[in-house]
Design a protein. Sequence first.
Length: 110
Amino acid sequence: MEAIGVEDDSKILDGQLISSTAQNGYEAWRGRLRGQGSWRSVEEDLAPIFNITFYSTRNITYIATQGSPTEDCWATEFRIHYKIQGWPLKEYPEVCIMVTYDVCHVTVYS
């Protein structure tokens, strides 16, 4: 199994990582796996979204997440949504991951 490459900015470009909001210095493109930074929504964003745009069909079989490399802050809940061009957004039905500890206000829907 080969990784899609979210950590590699030559495979997934910065412009393919977008979010509904971001605090200064915590933009979506900083949310790469094993990166030097992290993405963080603004506190007023009650339903923050982190989105990765793929330009071709991908078979996603594994999702890895991590918190900030410098602060005790990470997502405590997220849902997976997907969309095929020309079709409506759909929630992946078997996935609603809730982490039982409360560390940060962030809830991620992607």
